[in-house]
Design a protein around this ligand. Structure first.
Ligand code: NAD
Length: 256
């Protein structure tokens, strides 16, 4: 088991890739705290994990609010008795353009994609230092490596997350804290429509998805579990000399 005795916090854990990560990390022997704003989703996750013979600590928090972000990490660390791994996964697509920009929507996208990641990392690093090291994994996107015509604000936010990774990996290296980021392609989770279906027209969403997939050499959507497995490797001691990496999980999209 690759995460035996590891204490792991996952944010945005009630759905999609975060949820897939919680399930996988528990199977790999970790103690896990799941943070999310969706109370019913957290309850369902806890019940499903219980049926599978596992316990997950759940922490309800709106991670776009700095105080809730900080207190959720504090509560999660207290429940776990420390932190060895953080997957700061929270993010949202944000507005689709910048003409007549909705500044509140722009700020919310930055708060959840960037500020929450920086705050979470800042809160856990003291715990990791105390126990001799740790692994922080952020979630960016293919749009954090290449520009995105459909999601410019999101792309700006996800480039910032890659910048955080490349900087913090250096800051925290003397503490044996590694910092990496996964960059998924368009993934088969509820968030997908936030990118392809902003207009609310299902035909347009389908056409947008087809356009995006046409540029994926492997020709399909990313599965939540595929991202969870990449994060598992970065979290584990198998990646003990890997830090500062922006790892695409994208079927070759960014290799073109
Ligand atoms: N789905 C994709 O196509 C895709 C591709 C690349 C990167 N990503 C990134 O992956 C992450 C999540 O994507 P997913 O596909 O797993 O999404 P998802 O829609 O399946 O899950 C998102 C989770 O975030 C939670 N959440 C939303 N707002 C929150 C808030 N204010 N506070 C706390 N939790 C909140 C939701 O309740 C939900 O459980 C984001 O960072 C996203 O940018 C997604």
């Amino acid at each position: 088991m690759r995460l035996q005795n590891k204490r792991v916090i996952v944010t945005a854990a009630a759905s999609g890739m975060g949820r897939a990560g919680v399930e996988l990390f528990l199977r790999e022997g970790a103690s896990v705290a799941a943070v999310d704003v969706n109370s019913a989703g957290l309850d369902a996750l806890a019940a499903d994990m219980k049926s599978a013979g596992h316990h997950v600590h759940t922490v309800l928090a709106d991670l776009s609010r700095p105080e809730e972000m900080r207190s959720s990490i504090h509560d999660a660390a207290a429940a776990l008795g420390g932190v060895d791994v953080l997957w700061a996964h929270a993010g949202i697509p944000g507005p689709g353009g910048i003409e007549n920009l909705d500044v509140a929507a722009f700020d919310l996208a930055m708060a959840l994609n960037v500020t929450s990641a920086a705050l979470a990392a800042g809160e856990v690093v003291g715990h990791m230092r105390k126990s001799g090291g740790g692994s922080i994994i952020f979630t960016s996107s293919i749009s954090g490596l290449m520009g995105s015509m459909m999601s410019p604000v999101y792309s700006a936010a996800k480039f910032a997350v890659v910048g955080l990774t490349k900087s913090l990996c250096q800051t925290f290296a003397p503490d044996n804290v590694r910092v990496n980021v996964v960059c998924p392609g368009l993934a088969d989770t509820p968030m997908k429509l936030g990118f392809t279906g902003r207009s609310g027209d299902p035909k347009e969403a389908e056409a947008n998805q087809a356009k995006l997939l046409a540029a994926v050499p492997m020709g399909r959507l990313c599965k939540a579990e595929e991202v969870a497995h990449a994060v598992l490797w970065l979290a584990s001691d198998d990646a003990s000399f890997v830090t500062g990496v922006a790892l695409p999980v994208d079927g070759g999209f960014t290799a073109r």
